[in-house]
Design a protein. Structure first.
Length: 377
C-alpha cells in the first residue's frame, strides 16, 4: 500500500515540474488545461490579472489572496511562468508553475501549485490558485485582456487536497471578525437603517459590487451593474421614485439589459429606508420590498436587501430567489472596487445574519459611462 506521503508529494513533483517546497509533506495540485487561444494570449492574460491587483482591474475571488509574478524560465522554448500567492489572511504562501505549448489555435497548459509548509488538506486552495489565473467569464471569472474558453482535461490534487471549482469563487469568513450564524430567520432584532436621508441616498448613481442572483438578475449578468433613482410626482398607483437599473451579460458581446423608465418605487417608511419596487404600470400591491439596511454617504456604501431574510441558508439567513422578497446587494458610490470597503459591508451583512455565500462579484473593471451597468433591484 502506498503511504499518504508518497501520494501527497512524489507523483506531482515527478510528473509536472512542480515548484519546490520547504516541507517534504505538503498539499499540491496539478492541472492540464486546453485554452481556445494561442499561448501568447494565455500568458499575457495571466500576467494581466496579477498586474491588475495593484490597479484595481482584478482581484483574487478566492479569499482575496495576493499573487506576484516570479519570472519565466528562459531555458523553456515553449514558455513557462512562475507565480507566488499569499493567502488572504497572510499566513500561507504557495508557489505555482505553468508550462505552455501551442497546438494549432489552442494552448495546452500544464500547471502545478505547491504549498510551502506542512499540509495535507487544503480546501481546494492549490487548485484555485491556478484556476483563478486561466478561468473565463463563462466560469464566473473576470478576464482583464483576453477572454478565452478553457477545458480542464485533468485535475489531480494530492491526497487530502481538494478540487472543487465552487470553492474558488468565495471569501471564507472567520468567527473572530464575523457574528455566528443565527438560529432563526429572520434573526431576532433584524431591522433596517435609521433616519435615512432619502434625498442624499438617491442623489447619485450607485454601482453594485456584489449581488445575489435572483430570477430576473442571474449571475450571467454580473457585469457593470449600476442603479439610479429620482424623485417623481406621485403616480396614479402611488409611486414616488423612478428607478433605472442596467446590467450587461458577462459573456461577450456583453448584451445590455436596461430597465429604462419601466420601474418605479413607493416610499413606505422614508426614515427606515423601506420602499417597494415594481413595474410602473402595476399597482403597489404587486410591488416587492426594497430595504436599505445600512448606508454611509461619507464612506460611499449601502447595503440593500429585498426585505427580511426569511429563509435558512448554508451559513446564515437569506431572502428568496424569485422576484419579490428576493435579493441582497452591496452598493458603492465609486465604480472602482475598494476591497477594504467591500469587506466592511460584507461584515455588516454577516453581522445582520445574512448568508454571504449567496453574493457574487460584479465586474466593474471595463465599463464606460454609456455602458456602466444596472439591474440591481
Amino acid at each position: 500500500m502506498k503511504s499518504f506521503m508518497s501520494l501527497a508529494v512524489a507523483p506531482l513533483v515527478a510528473a509536472y515540474n512542480c515548484p519546490s517546497s520547504g516541507s517534504w509533506i505538503h498539499a499540491s495540485c496539478r492541472v492540464s488545461v486546453t485554452a481556445n487561444a494561442p499561448c501568447e494570449q494565455v500568458m499575457a492574460e495571466m500576467k494581466a490579472r496579477v498586474d491588475g491587483q495593484s490597479s484595481g482591474q482584478w482581484h483574487d475571488p478566492h479569499n482575496n489572496g495576493t499573487y506576484s509574478f516570479q519570472g519565466a524560465d528562459p531555458s523553456d522554448p515553449s514558455g513557462s511562468l512562475d507565480f507566488q500567492r499569499v493567502t488572504g489572511n497572510k499566513k500561507y504562501t504557495d508557489k505555482l508553475r505553468f508550462d505552455f505549448k501551442d497546438t494549432g489555435n489552442q494552448c495546452e497548459i500544464s500547471g502545478c501549485s505547491a504549498s510551502q509548509v506542512f499540509s495535507i488538506a487544503d480546501f481546494s486552495t492549490n487548485y484555485c490558485n491556478m484556476r483563478m489565473l486561466y478561468c473565463s467569464s463563462q466560469d464566473g471569472c473576470h478576464p482583464v485582456k483576453f477572454d478565452f474558453t478553457v477545458k480542464e482535461t485533468e485535475v489531480d490534487p494530492s491526497s487530502g487536497a481538494g478540487k472543487n471549482p465552487q470553492d474558488c469563487l468565495k471569501v471564507a469568513q472567520t468567527q473572530s471578525f464575523m457574528a455566528p450564524s443565527p438560529t432563526q430567520c429572520p434573526p431576532a432584532g433584524f431591522d433596517t437603517v435609521k433616519d435615512l436621508d432619502l434625498n442624499k441616498f438617491i442623489s447619485k448613481r450607485w454601482y453594485i459590487q456584489q449581488q445575489m442572483a435572483v430570477n430576473y438578475l442571474p449571475a450571467s449578468q454580473n457585469r457593470c451593474v449600476y442603479a439610479e433613482y429620482q424623485l417623481r410626482e406621485k403616480s396614479f398607483w402611488g409611486y414616488d421614485v423612478s428607478v433605472h437599473n442596467y446590467a450587461e451579460e458577462v459573456a461577450p458581446p456583453h448584451k445590455v439589459h436596461d430597465s429604462g423608465k419601466t420601474l418605479c418605487a413607493k416610499v413606505v417608511d422614508k426614515a427606515r429606508g423601506k420602499l417597494e419596487v415594481a413595474p410602473c404600470f402595476l399597482p403597489t400591491a404587486a410591488a416587492g420590498p426594497y430595504w436599505v439596511l445600512d448606508y454611509s454617504e461619507e464612506e460611499g456604501y449601502a447595503l440593500i436587501s429585498g426585505g427580511a431574510p426569511k429563509e435558512t441558508g448554508t451559513d446564515g439567513c437569506r431572502t428568496g430567489t424569485g422576484t419579490n422578497g428576493a435579493g441582497l446587494w452591496i452598493f458603492t458610490r465609486q465604480q472602482k472596487r475598494d476591497e477594504a470597503l467591500l469587506q466592511k459591508v460584507r461584515t455588516i451583512a454577516k453581522n445582520k445574519g445574512f448568508d454571504l455565500s449567496v453574493l457574487g462579484d460584479v465586474d466593474q473593471s471595463d465599463c464606460s459611462d454609456a455602458e456602466a451597468v444596472a439591474l440591481a433591484i
